[in-house]
Design a protein around this ligand. Sequence first.
Ligand code: NA7
Length: 551
Amino acid sequence: MPDGINNHQAQGGAAPQFDAIIVGAGFSGLYQLHQLRDQLGLNVLVIEAGDDVGGTWYWNRYPGARCDSESHYYSYSFSRALQEEWRWSERYPEHGEIRRYLAHVADRFDLRRNISLNTRLTAARWDEAGNRWLIDTDTRGTLSATVFITAVGCLSAANIPQIPGLDTFKGAWHHTGRWPHQGVDFTGKRVGLIGTGSTGIQATPVIAQQAAQLTVFQRTANYSIPARNRPLTDEEWSEIQDSYEAIRERARSSTNGHPFVIFDKSALDVSPAERSRRYEEAWARGGLGFRAAFNDLLKNPAANATASDFIRAKIAEIVRDPATAAKLTPTDHPFASKRPPVDTDYFDTFNRANVTLVDIKATPIERIEARGIQTTETLHELDIIVFATGFDALTGPLLALEISGAGGHNLRQDWAAGPRSYLGLQPPHYPNMFTITGPGSPSVLTNMPVAIEQHTQWITACISYMRAHGFVRIETSEEEAGTWVAKVNAAANATLLPMANSSWYLGANVPGKPRVFMPYAGGMAHYARICDEVARDGYRGFTLSRARQVA
Ligand code: NA7
């Protein structure tokens, strides 16, 4: 049992009191704990619903689950010793390797003694009289903390479509984000997979190798770039070690937290021959760095069209059946306006005899019945259904916490028309609460560890400042949140990102969710500068109060 709980329960009486409670033990929760406990000396508790650390990677164990950021920079940069001692095995880290890395971090920094596993937060309530948060949990009763920090990730609330008849299905079904820890054996099975986002695109080739028959139900065709995953050689690893600081610096000073060198020209300012050469090179290199082939792919529709056309031509080249190739070809949104997947043999998998593609825009799913999925065309008989249908992204994990703030405010009501938050760090009416990589921050538009390190370090500095100056309460206002939301909208509108109608960046994948562009698209480095200036100006936009003003 974590130290803090022991100490306080031994004293008996009121809710055990912590300086800070963090919810979630993934990348952000672990590092936030390390900073608050080991730099500031606070009494901190992390609450985690899973039975181990790992966050997103604790839950996402589906076949092919792997990060799209490259391993050497999908990692913490705060500890040189950690960076030197952890040797990643492949270009992209597989889910199990990321869990081993985070478990190593938890052990190395002795974090586990302040983490309460198998503990679910059921509600968080601001207690005005006590100037603190009351945190209800399912196994440890009510706890209290001066500061409440959400480290719940952006993609943790599974989106399971309400398809009529799912409860009558005689086979097994699984959502990729809640994958059974013992795995799923597809041998000899007829498998249906719904969803062709990053997850479906990673899982399809792996399931196809094992299943007797795989039917992929596609609503929106997607662009995908080959990952070109491979083991990292010792030579590559030592090159990475030699230039690690430069790689980290490049990632931090970039727009998206990736250390890509963006070619500093428009796709329209080079000859067609050079353009194709550059795209071919980027395709051969593989990965999300394809977007860096030119500097305006996300800003200029005509420039973007050259990249979109290039990928469409590749799909036509790879997929042998022209009718299947046509169905797989995205036509309704520009490349990278939805999160671009990277894949290993995705398009090629549709050349296999045991794989079928069903275009459910043309022949929609009517219902699920005992034997399988009934579309308007036919019944697809199945033994297993895999929902690769994504997440109630960004706001979903926060709203699930049932948070109520000052003055009777409730986050669900406050965000009914879309998230409102200052810097994506704190909503108005929720004093002393911080949301790591919350809506309104760059979050999912970046290589997450960069955004996480920036946010947690900013929060730590803020709490440190408050303690040094005797402040016990920090809150922002409706006005500040409104101004920031307008900036978030303006940043998105300066890009092609809002052009994808079905994007989860817009909440469009979840029926009934307000259509609001949620992450801040103004660039990671620019965002970090704004946060630094806010701090330098004495936390401009926040009101800080001392105890007697609060009472
Ligand atoms: P995504 O990217 O949200 O993809 C979900 C997929 O599921 C996508 O193809 C959706 O089609 C499809 N979908 C969602 N709801 C339905 C229903 N009701 N019927 C049929 N198809 C549906 O989630 P992922 O898990 O793939 O990736 C999430 C992120 O994780 C990824 O971007 C990386 O950042 C890592 P749609 O496109 O909405 O038409």
